[in-house]
Write a protein that binds this ligand. Structure first.
Ligand SMILES: Nc1ncnc2c1ncn2[C@@H]1O[C@H](COP(=O)(O)OP(=O)(O)OP(=O)(O)O)[C@@H](O)[C@H]1O
Length: 609
């Protein structure tokens, strides 16, 4: 197992990191194969003077980031770049030390509890691995310390921009961002784009990528990635990236179907699974041997270990999501072979606490709105739009119009950032729309009447976003496709807390496939076009809804989630039936949405149009 002990001392004159390395079994292993390798300072995250910015001692009894093991320069940069982040959330106090201690971590907590943010902080803080390499100009070769796998490019850029903000706080002394973090995603369907060239020129401390892009690179240029020298692999939104069939339950009648689904998944593993199988091939072998070995469990209980079956040194593995279903946990723990079971820590948080919100600089409005998310379902037909039967009258306090006023709007959200090609417009005007006109009109109307500043429209996974933007603009909506790549302008500005203006509210458009994990603090509304992920209500659908709803109400803020579904002729008939009937093919989408809300324990609230 990886074991680093690093000591931080104050360098003369100015704050700097000095990391003393006492032992590393991984370093010992690599020393025999690839020249002597040693650990050096974590990358030069800026030296920010913390005086006046730190509130670390303001609230007695609260653990500080430094106490969790963050180096003071990193903590200082954090405070400078994110003045609202003063103290770790409860779940961060648990998982940051576990990650810094080199443990394998299975992490689950509510959306918006700071999992991805805390992960980034922990990874920035890890010591960097450098080996001797006479082929390099300075005789040293830096290695990628941590690989972070995320489901889509927008999330990759969101994590990257968080790091960028911290690096930028050091002004002229800023280290090269490329040595600290890089993004590797596919450009269109085919290419790795400029990411590959940048990666060849400079090795980052943290590489954030989508699984397919990383797999492509590993297959084409394994020497650039060097998977065998990683210290940590983190998979964010793991339940989205590692598909597992539901539980095998012999008492269930659909056992055969489950078994078939299982075999299919195992026969066609996604890119994440393939990558983890490559990286953890050694562990898989040992885990398999241990499983087969008679009496292995008893040996373990007695504190011994079968002589042949020592776990080989491998990077630590961190798996995280707001929704980790039992079948995924069982698969990862018992079947995948990726984990070092002797070192794994399971952390299950309980969401953002009022104390967390209090310790951040939430405005009074945000604090008052804490955790109040309103869920509405609109049934849309050619003739009318109505709220789902049984929806409660919205309480007067449920308005989130005040939330928009709390949003900083230092910069206008530019029109020019997302222009549509003339030839696309020509094409759209000649081809039938894949969207229902009444549904789009309802989105436009609800947006106009209820959104103070910024909302997100989530379309089904394979929907053409540009087409939706074009149609919405024709309805007078200031619509833009979500694109977090460009840090300085456009939509990514929203990710850093900037907002549209109440004079010209913005509707961002994304799909189910590009929404997981996104953090857009200024959002007040999410509109969901159609049922989330499929036509049946099951754990996947419910989880998909939870993740979409989780784009608002983050860190104690309020928000509204409005699902639009087509009104079906049978809808009324089904309302009088038991909700269990929603699994019936004839059940309307409204009844299915009611079931999803019931499953997550919330009641629908009317949205007045
Ligand atoms: N300790 C903290 N104090 C105040 N704000 C924080 C803290 N940690 C994270 N945040 C803020 O909370 C928001 C949510 O963070 P993050 O995206 O990491 O949540 P998450 O748990 O990964 O959510 P999801 O499950 O939806 O991906 C971000 O805006 C982040 O800046």
């Amino acid at each position: 197992m990886l074991a680093f002990f690093s000591t931080l001392t104050q360098g003369p004159g100015r704050r700097q990191w000095v990391v003393k390395c006492h032992s590393s079994s991984r370093a010992r292993r690599t020393s025999t194969t690839q020249g002597r390798r040693h650990l050096v300072n974590p990358p030069q995250i800026p030296n920010v003077v913390a005086e006046g910015t730190s509130t670390a001692s303001a609230l007695p009894g609260r653990v500080t980031f430094e106490q969790l093991g963050l180096h003071p320069p990193v903590a200082a940069s954090l405070r400078e770049a994110f003045p609202d982040v003063n103290y770790p959330t409860e779940v961060q106090t648990q998982f940051i030390p576990a990650i810094l201690g080199g443990k394998d971590v299975l992490l689950k907590d509510a959306t918006g509890s700071g999992k991805s943010f805390g992960l980034v902080l922990a990874l920035l803080n890890k010591p960097r691995l450098i080996s001797k390499d006479p082929r390099q100009k300075d005789g040293k070769r830096k290695h990628i310390t941590s690989l972070v796998l995320v489901p889509h490019r927008e999330l990759a850029f969101q994590l990257f921009h968080w790091i960028e903000r911290m690096v930028n706080t050091s002004g002229d002394n800023a280290p090269s961002l490329r040595t600290i973090a890089q993004v590797l995603v596919r450009d269109g369907k085919m290419h790795l784009g400029s990411g590959l060239n940048t990666l060849r020129e400079e090795t980052p401390h943290v590489l954030i990528g989508t699984p397919q892009a990383v797999m492509d690179l590993h297959e084409a240029h394994p020497e650039v990635l060097q998977l065998d020298t990683l210290s940590c692999v983190a998979v964010d939104e793991v339940d989205y990236l590692v598909e597992t069939p539901g539980r095998k339950d012999p008492t269930k009648t659909f056992k055969k179907a489950m078994e078939k689904a299982r075999k299919k998944l195992l026969a066609h593993p996604g890119a994440t699974r393939q990558l983890l199988d490559v990286i953890y091939a050694g562990r898989k072998e040992v885990n398999e041997r241990r499983r087969d070995e008679p009496g292995a469990e008893m040996m373990k209980r007695r504190g011994g270990q079968p002589s042949e079956n020592h776990m080989p040194p491998s990077p630590q593995l961190v798996l995280s999501s707001a929704t980790l279903r039992t079948h995924l946990r069982n698969y990862v723990y018992d079947e995948s072979g990726w984990l070092d079971k002797d070192s794994v820590v399971k952390i299950s948080g309980t969401g953002v606490k009022p104390a967390d919100v209090e310790a951040s600089n939430a405005t009074p409005i945000e604090a008052a709105n804490a955790s109040t998310i309103q869920h509405s379902v609109l049934l849309v037909s050619d003739e009318r739009v109505r709220n789902i039967p049984g929806a409660a009258v919205a309480p007067a306090s449920a308005s989130v119009s005040s939330l928009g006023e709390a949003v900083r709007s230092e910069e206008q959200f530019g029109e020019t950032a997302y222009e549509l090609d003339a030839h696309l417009i020509q094409k759209y005007s000649k081809t039938p729309s894949p969207f229902s006109a009444p549904m789009m009109e309802t989105v436009a109307a609800a947006f106009a009447m209820d959104v103070p500043s910024i909302a997100l429209l989530v379309l089904p996974s394979s929907s053409p976003v540009k087409r939706a933007v074009w149609e919405l603009r024709a309805l007078g909506v200031n619509a833009h496709g979500l694109d977090l790549q460009d840090a300085s302008k456009g939509r990514s500005y929203l990710a850093s807390g900037g907002g549209g203006t109440s004079a010209n509210p913005t509707l961002l458009v994304s799909t189910l496939a590009t929404t997981r994990g996104l953090d857009l603090p200024a959002l007040s509304h999410v509109f969901l076009y159609g049922l989330p992920d499929g036509t049946r209500v099951n754990s996947k659908t419910v989880d998909a809804y939870l993740h979409i709803a989780g784009r608002v109400g983050r860190f104690g803020r309020g928000g509204k989630v409005v699902t639009l579904v087509e009104d079906s002729s049978e809808e009324a008939e089904f309302w009088s039936e038991d909700l269990e009937e929603t699994q019936d093919e004839r059940a309307g989408a409204g009844a299915k949405m009611a079931r999803i809300l019931k499953t997550i324990g919330v009641g629908p609230v009317q949205l007045n149009l």
